[in-house]
Design a protein around this ligand. Structure first.
Ligand SMILES: CCCCCCCC/C=C\C=C\CC(=O)SCCNC(=O)CCNC(=O)[C@H](O)C(C)(C)COP(=O)(O)OP(=O)(O)OC[C@H]1O[C@@H](n2cnc3c(N)ncnc32)[C@H](O)[C@@H]1OP(=O)(O)O
Length: 719
């Protein structure tokens, strides 16, 4: 709702009240319509100020309303009524003015912002465009190039940048509402015609066609199949080329298409899923709201390889004191240089001073005696990690949290080697750790809720999408990746090429297909794991039996490439070839194709035609099926956890919402039917065997994704 007061005798003050972000719900819109009407009809009121309660102007339209029958006054006429008012209306912007919130402010005649405010039109990240006149007013106010940038990226600008761009008229460090009231008094009675943005022509832009052509190309490339960024460009083009009324009509048409699209649903689901994962819960019943994190002032990182360096940077950038430990002197010196460089580059990008003094380097593990939390990032070797954990238990003060950055080892086993297993959790970062958004916080049966709460809070402080998951082989992300990669190998055996598989996955929206990704991360990584599992066999045995290992279908293709020294980009050869070791442009490799031909001949495999649909169904449904196993096992608390992991850490296209959301969109019955189909064709592939949870969900009528939690609970109670 909106509250109305008269202040300084002749200023009508309208305050938006809808905690926590003053979203423009039906009640708020009705409140604005009523209070504006009241202010305009009050002869004592000379000007009007609109502000938001609790230090935030407005977080935009109420996204929760989008999936219901929207009632209440629509935004467009409401904003028009403000713009057409015959008394000056001033927006007092504190906190955020986003989406519909900024569109409301653009309908006002003046905008005053606090210096800490952030403004933006982030609709594109929800699969929409600024459709309350934002796509038509912003280009008229700040010019086409700047508006295109803001609207197609959805980025938030600071008050200083907003002032420079001309979005706001004044920035204050003091009380914004008081400044706006003072300003409103000073402009009372002035002509408002020049202040009505919709009546402005769009600023002239030379070579408009070339500009739009260039931006459209750039957007298409980075959008990876997302439709909203394209619609945003089209809407701004309408602003630049059409009179306002026609531009608004185009904005409406484009929005109508986006609003009902699956992509908008997926992106809005992601918005809420990212917030839902913060409300973590463990099978023991421990939860985010009943578990208090310990304060962390000082942290340590043990092992300064690639991961340890990135983790040190991520920690230091939050303002923590960090002790960075590496026992080898040469490694330590190299790490110090690399970490300082990363901190300097990061600080430059953010316009702040680098936290170089925040990191203390040491060769001695004793240096971590008084830290609150340690993250171990030594080589992936259980004996080495166990030794480090035992040393840490002896050295650290009581209560220090011991975290491991393992991506594959058993967190419970490590915990059991320490006297205080309740203090042990996994913090699984993704490389490069200071850049990648995802953090899996892995708890074991003995991890204390406080340890999980502390790691989750630290992850949030580092700006990570932090997801609490149970302990199992590969945790959530890598466990689901395994069947995905295996299916890709099987497809090669059956006649596909790395190019075909990658193209199908990239057209789906992944930034990189499975083979390009494997070349980037290094084929030797998986080889080492398979060797450890006893799957790699030397020799050139042929036939079907050579491809059945440990009772299930196995493709040795990756092992054979590694035996040839083809580890991917780092050796200049992998599934593709590269100009030189370390270069990134993947090129078709004739060697690989004759190798595949020879391999198939040796194993009596006849290549058949494989289309994109089969690639997608086999790779993605195998991955999704593992996701259902993970839910059934209670390793992930809900589908949102899995989806946030895949979108933030594994390149799953955000506009497809994550693997579990995608399954929900495709239809659970269809996913089940296709898995059954492929399982019949490949009975020796256990990961194509549909999970019992998937079967049970289909049998119970395929509830929508937001009801899976309830359904799983019910199904489990019936077991
Ligand atoms: C056929 C054609 C039909 C056409 C109909 C058209 C009608 C629509 C017309 C115009 C549409 C305008 C579009 C929009 O305005 S879309 C919304 C744009 N706004 C945003 O994207 C902002 C989203 N919010 C944020 O970025 C942040 O929340 C921020 C405001 C910066 C605050 O951040 P922070 O302090 O970190 O807090 P949280 O993000 O954790 O949020 C706190 C809780 O508030 C909920 N929330 C936030 N924003 C919204 C919102 N806009 N609507 C509803 N709920 C919102 C958030 O989920 C958190 O809730 P919870 O605590 O339960 O998790």
């Amino acid at each position: 709702m909106a509250e109305y007061n008269r202040v300084s005798e002749c200023v009508g003050l309208i305050t938006l009240r809808n905690p926590p972000v003053n979203a423009l719900s039906a009640a708020v819109r009705q409140g604005i319509v009523d209070t504006v009407q009241r202010a305009l009809s009050d002869p004592n009121v000379k000007s009007v100020v609109i502000c938001g309660q609790n230090g935030i102007f407005c977080g935009g339209a109420d996204i929760k309303e989008f999936r219901s029958n929207m009632t209440g006054p629509p935004l467009i006429p409401m904003i028009h009524a403000i713009e057409s008012a015959n008394k000056p209306v001033v927006a007092a912007i504190e906190g955020s003015a986003l989406g519909g919130g900024l569109e409301l402010a653009l309908g006002c005649h003046y905008r005053i912002a606090h210096s800490k405010a952030r403004l933006g039109l982030p609709e594109v990240s929800l699969g929409l465009l600024p459709a309350a006149g934002g796509s038509q007013r912003l280009p008229r106010l700040i010019g086409v190039p700047a508006a295109l940038n803001l609207i197609t990226t959805g980025r938030h600008v600071t008050a200083a940048e907003a002032l420079q761009l001309g979005i706001v008229d004044q920035v204050t460090d003091h009380n914004t509402v008081a400044a706006a009231v003072k300003f409103a008094l000073s402009v009372a009675g002035r002509s408002l015609d020049p202040r009505r943005i919709s009546t402005h022509p769009c600023p002239q832009q030379p070579d408009l066609d070339a500009l739009f052509e260039e931006v459209m190309q750039k957007v298409r490339q980075s959008a990876r199949g997302a439709i909203a960024p394209i619609a945003c460009v089209q809407a701004v083009r309408a602003a630049a080329t059409l009179p306002y009324a026609q531009g608004m009509e185009r904005e409406r048409e484009l929005m109508a298409t986006l609003f009902t699209s699956g992509q908008a649903r997926a992106l809005q689901y992601c918005f809420f899923a990212e917030r839902a994962v913060g409300r973590w819960r463990m099978p023991s019943g421990a939860r985010w709201d009943t578990s208090k994190p310990r304060p962390v002032h000082k942290a340590a990182v043990i092992g300064l390889g690639t991961m340890g360096r990135g983790i040190t940077v991520a920690l230091a950038q939050t303002g923590l004191s960090v002790i960075a430990v590496e026992t080898q002197e040469k490694q330590l010196m190299e790490a110090k240089q690399a970490i300082s460089g990363m901190l300097e580059r990061g600080a430059k990008g953010r316009g702040v001073a680098p936290a170089l003094d925040g990191v203390i380097y040491s060769q001695n593990i004793q240096a971590v005696a008084d830290v609150d939390l340690v993250i171990e990032a030594v080589f992936e070797d259980i004996a080495l990690k166990t030794k480090v954990f035992q040393q840490l238990s002896a050295v650290c003060k009581p209560g220090t949290l011991l975290c491991t950055n393992t991506s594959a080892l058993d967190v419970d086993q490590l915990a059991s080697e320490t006297p205080n297993p309740e203090l042990v959790v996994g913090m699984h970062f993704f490389a490069p750790a200071h850049v990648m958004k995802l953090l899996e916080v892995v708890y074991g049966p003995r991890s204390s809720p406080q340890a999980v709460a502390t790691a989750m809070q630290l992850g949030k402080k580092m700006g990570k999408a932090s997801v609490a998951v149970g302990n199992c082989r590969g945790f959530v992300g890598n466990r689901m990746l395994k069947p995905y990669i295996e299916e890709a190998f099987f497809l090669l055996e059956e006649g596909a090429t790395p190019e075909l598989v990658d193209q199908a996955l990239e057209e789906f929206g992944f930034p990189m297909g499975v083979f390009r990704m494997s070349d980037l991360s290094g084929l030797d990584v998986g080889w080492r794991v398979r060797k450890g599992d006893g799957l790699v066999e030397p020799g050139t045995a042929s036939g079907r039996s050579a491809r059945i290992r440990q009772g299930r279908r196995y493709s040795p293709l990756g092992d054979l490439l590694c035996e040839e020294g083809r580890f991917g980009q780092k050796t200049g050869r992998g599934w593709y070839q590269y100009d030189k070791p370390g270069s990134r442009v993947a090129r078709f490799d004739p060697w690989l194709h004759s190798f595949l031909g020879a391999y198939r001949a040796q194993h009596g495999l006849v290549a058949r035609r494989i289309d994109h649909q089969e690639v997608l169904e086999r790779c993605l449904y195998a991955l999704i099926n593992e996701g259902f196993h993970i839910l059934d096992d209670g390793i992930a608390a809900g589908p949102e956890d899995i989806d946030v992991i895949y979108v933030s850490g594994y390149g799953w296209p955000r506009h497809r919402g994550g693997p579990m959301f995608y399954a929900n969109m495709v239809g659970l019955a269809k996913v089940l039917e296709r898995l059954e189909h492929y399982q019949q064709l490949h009975p020796e592939v256990p990961h194509l065997q549909p999970s019992s949870l998937l079967r049970r969900l289909v049998a119970s009528g395929s509830p929508p994704i937001h009801k899976w939690g309830e359904a799983i609970k019910k199904l489990h109670s019936q077991l």
